[in-house]
Design a protein around this ligand. Structure first.
Ligand code: TYD
Ligand code: MG
Length: 491
């Protein structure tokens, strides 16, 4: 039988008829990936997103089909044409997408198992179906019965009445793992939006690798993309993230797809955050916040109010006036400092970058007189929110100093923001006015902020001054050993 697949090195492109551990071309290990040999005709030629986008008229005002292929155009000759977006009916998701789903686009939705990817995509399809769009849900993981059970469960608490319940149960479902069968159904149904849950469960028969292998995942995505672009279907590929936090398998798709969304949060807690890691049709700064409830995911529209109300007045707690993309958000940062029995004390963070904590602890020790070298330090951003901005430094520093000294800020809840420089100075961060407005809106009168933040802020120039303002009763002195709050954690 004629060979239909070949092993290609992901590093150098070397081709081999058999799989080998080491590439004979560049000597890299474990880089050979099985790929389908492409037939010479145009039928199975891979879609080239840029070219196809232009042909679809996303990039060009004139019918691109009338242009000879390969003609170079000045940008001014290219008519502006904003992509038509489909609202998903879920405001937080629309915002992260940049205004809704773009027809013919490929979206990768990643997240760890159990985080709520199927719930979210089911809700989206039900709402799209309700608004008169054609949808298709391809489930490689669950049976059609299981999907129906979830849909019914989602409807119980939806409160949107029997009419919408009828629409939700009208979403066409295909429980299938064979790629060719899925492609046939997609071509027959020509939906506006198709969800493939998950990309790791589909497999192309002609490739030998198991479903979920790098070669299979790439092949599945490439062929779905080709068809989706041709018939203008927006495809959402659901992908599982490994324990290490990488989109294993799906990571290899990041360059192919138009948009990569990451759904995260802690399984034990109800808050879920949706972020765009890549977006060809919008910004990657936006984040959407949801809460997992009995009846599905609910958008958290005023997260600040909720987090401020939940903030404790105990030592180690401070409110950060953060920016989540274009939106201000007040979140509580908590710290615990406890004597360590370990040679290398623990540094545990949740919702923050670990290296950032190491930096803040070093600055605290050198410029704030708060030494934590012999203590375990735990820092948590409450609510499962992940902070990725330098403006969180000051909140972490104050929370740790407060926990180490066992002193609560007298003005509760105390809000702050600002980046720490290596010389202990407090640096300006973006959008101070919006952060201050948000704090004022939620009744936080006391906001410690860097110089230049404007009216309403208690401006301070250095970490030392900030600590003196935040924890005035007992300003930590140079060289003072940390007093701990006495809490001991079980090892
Ligand atoms: P699911 O969407 O299946 O996760 P994923 O597809 O990312 O693996 O949902 C995971 C969890 O959410 C599941 O353990 C139960 C919970 N859940 C609710 O709390 N409420 C609900 O309405 C639904 C549908 C699920
Ligand atoms: Mg699922």
């Amino acid at each position: 039988m004629a060979r239909t697949t070949v092993y290609v090195c992901a590093e150098c492109g070397f081709k081999s008829a058999q799989w080998r551990g080491q590439c004979a071309g560049c000597e890299s290990w474990n880089t050979l990936v099985e790929e389908r040999l492409r037939p010479p005709s145009g039928e199975a030629r891979r879609a080239r997103p840029g070219v196809r986008a232009a042909r679809k008229g996303w990039l060009g005002g004139s019918p691109a089909g009338s242009r000879p292929a390969g003609r170079v155009l000045a940008l001014s000759e290219v008519g502006a044409c904003a992509p038509q977006r489909m609202s998903t009916g879920i405001g937080e998701l629309d915002r992260v997408l940049g205004g809704g789903l773009v027809p013919g686009s490929l979206v990768l939705l990643g997240g760890s198992p159990g985080i709520g990817k199927s719930t979210l995509t089911n809700m989206v399809l039900a709402r799209l179906q309700r608004s008169g769009r054609r949808t298709l849900y391809v489930s490689g993981e669950e049976s059609a019965q299981q999907v129906r059970l979830r849909a019914e469960r989602l409807l119980l608490d939806d409160g949107s009445g029997t009419e919408s319940a009828r629409h939700a149960l009208e979403v066409p479902v295909l429980a299938e793992t064979d790629l060719d069968t899925v492609l046939e159904a997609l071509a027959a149904e020509t939906p506006d939006v198709c969800v493939v849950d998950s990309v790791q469960t589909l497999a192309a028969e002609e490739l030998g690798g198991a479903a979920g292998s790098v070669g299979q995942v790439r092949e599945v995505a490439a062929r779905l993309m080709e068809l989706a672009k041709r018939q203008d279907t927006a495809v959402v590929l659901v992908g599982h993230v490994t324990k290490e936090g990488a989109l294993a398998g799906p990571r290899v798709l990041e360059h192919m797809v138009d948009c990569v969304l990451q759904f995260e949060g802690e399984r034990e807690r109800p808050y879920r955050e949706l972020r765009a890691l890549k977006n060809r049709f919008g910004s990657t700064n936006e984040a959407g916040l949801f809460e997992m409830r009995q009846g599905g995911l609910v958008e958290v529209l005023d997260a600040s109010a909720r987090f401020v109300a939940e903030a404790t007045s105990a030592p180690g707690s401070v409110v950060l006036a953060a920016m989540e993309g274009s939106r201000p958000l007040l979140v509580e940062v908590q710290a615990l400092v406890a004597p360590s029995e370990l040679e290398h004390p623990r540094r545990v963070v949740s919702g923050l970058d670990r290296n950032r904590l190491a930096l803040v602890l070093a600055i605290l020790a050198r410029h704030g007189g708060v030494r934590t070298g012999t203590a375990d330090v735990f820092v948590n951003v409450v609510g499962g929110v992940r902070l990725e901005e330098p403006g969180c430094d000051l909140a972490v520093a104050i929370a740790v100093a407060s926990a180490a000294g066992g002193i609560a800020p007298p003005h509760h809840p105390l809000a702050c923001f600002g980046e720490l420089g290596l010389t202990g100075e407090l640096r300006w961060v973006g959008h101070p006015e919006r952060r201050l407005q948000e704090a004022a809106r939620h009744g936080l009168a006391e906001v410690i902020a860097p110089p230049g933040s404007g009216a309403g802020a208690r401006e301070v120039a250095t970490l030392r001054e900030a600590l003196a303002q935040a924890l005035p009763r007992e300003r930590p002195g140079d060289g003072a050993a940390p007093r701990t709050s006495g809490a001991r954690l079980a090892a």
